[in-house]
Design a protein around this ligand. Sequence first.
Ligand code: ADP
Length: 485
Amino acid sequence: MLANLDEFKKQANYINGEWVNADSGETFDVHNPATGELIGAVPNSNGTETARAIEAAHKAFNTFRHVSVKERTAMLRRLRRLIIDNQEVLAQILAEEQGKPIAEARGEVRMSASYAMWFAEEARRVYGGTVPSPWADRRIMVTKEPVGVVGAITPWNFPSSMLARKIAPAIATGCTIVCKPAEATPFSGLAWGLLCEMAGVPKGVVNILTGDPVEIGKELTANPLVRKITFTGSTRVGKILMTQSVPTVKKISMEMGGNAPFIVFDDADVDRAVEGAMASKYRNSGQTCVCTNRLYVQSGIHDKFVKKFVEASEAMKIGQSNEEGVVQGPLINEAAVTKTEDFVEDAVSKGGKIITGGKRHQLGHGFFEPTVITDATLDMKFSKEETFAPIAPVYKFETEEEVVQMANDTEFGLACYFYTQDLGRTFRVMEGLEYGLVGVNEGVITAVEAPFGGFKESGVGKEGGHQGIQDYLEEKYVCIGGLGL
Ligand code: ADP
C-alpha cells in the first residue's frame, strides 16, 4: 500500500485512531534546518490532550493485551512492508525536517523497518518458565505479561527509528503507547500514525501527539495509568523524567547522552581508523548520541592519523539533503550552531589548534564546517560535554593505561571505539572501558539484533537485541498448590 507525501505529512495528532487538532486549535511551526523554510505546522497540545490519549491507550490495552501474538506479529510484518514500500516518501519527510542527507534518511527508514521485523520475530519467543518447586504439593510457574500503557518521548536526531524502537516492542508484547516526537521533527513521528492505521493496528494502541514537552512530559509521568516511560534524549531531560516518574513508581527505559571516546593505538590500521572516525564523528553532522566526541591518538601514529583524517574531513561534500553526493547536512538549529562556536572558542582559548574548519559554513543556516582541533586538553569543554556537532578534538596520549583512564573520566558511558591489531590489548581495553557499546576496529555498530544502552548516566535499560523486548514485560510468579499429592 502506498501513500503520497501530502498524505504522510500529517499536521494533526493521532489519538484513539482519529486525526485531531489541539483543543486550543493552536499550532507551532516546523522549519527546514538547511534553508530556514517553513515546512508545516503541528498541534500545540498540552496535558489535556495527553490525558485523553492515555485514557484511549488504557482502554485499548484491555483488549489488545489479549490479541494473539500471531496477530500482533502480523501487524508488525505489515508495518515493515509499509515502511519499505513507502521508504522514499518517508525519507523525504525525514530529510526535510531533520536536514540529514537523503541516503542517511533512507538508511534510517530502513532501520525502522528492521525494528518492526526484529520485534515481530522476538514477539514469538517471549518465553516464561517453570521452576523446581521446594514443595511436594505445589508448582511454580513464571509468566510474562505486557507492562501496560507506555509513554514515549523521542528526539529529533533519529525522528523515525527512535519511535520504531519503542512502538515495535510495544505492539510485540501487547502494550499500548502514547508517543511525543520532538518539536523540531514531528512529521516523521506523526507518519507512524498513518503507518499504524494502514497496518490495521487497532484504535488507541498507538497514539502520537505533538506540543509542549514540559506539559506532555508531566502528564505522561504523573498519570498512574502509564506504567512505563521510555525516553531517548539528553541526560538533563531524562533525569527530570526519572524524577517525575518516582511518585507513581513507573518502569523506566532511558537512552540519554554520551561522550564517546575514539582511541587509535600505534598498532592500528590507520586507514581503517580514519574511515571509522569519519563515520563515527560526522554521521548526522555529529548529532548522534553514539558519535565520537573525543579522539585519543597514540603519539607514534598521531601525525599520520591527523593528516589523513583532516584530508578526509576536507573532502566531504556539504549541502542540502537532496543534492547528489552530499554526506553532511546542517545542524538542527541556530542554538546548536552557537553552541558549536562556543566549544571551538573555548578550545582555542586553552591552546587548541584548528587544523581545518572552525566556523560557520558559507551555506549559512545550520551549516558548520567539519572541524579538527589538535592539542586538545582535559580542561576544554568538550572533554566533559557532549558536542553534538561536527567538531573533532584530537588528544595525544602515550600509554594504554592512561588512555583508558581518560576515556572513562566522564559521567557518561554509552558508546566508545578503539583501533588496535593486538589481541591482548583488544581484551584488556574492551574490559577496561565503562561503556554499554564498544566498537573494536569499527566506527558504526548499531544493529537491531544487538542491545543498545548505556552505562552510568547514559541510561537505564536496553533497546533492540533480545533484551529490548523484556523492558515491555512484567514477570509474574504463579504458585499452584492443593495438587493432592
Ligand atoms: P536534545 O538535546 O536531543 O534536544 P532533549 O532531551 O532536549 O534532547 O529532547 C528530547 C525529547 O525530550 C524531545 O522530544 C523534547 O521535546 C523532550 N523534552 C524536552 N524537555 C522536556 C521535559 N521537560 N519533559 C518532557 N520532555 C521533554
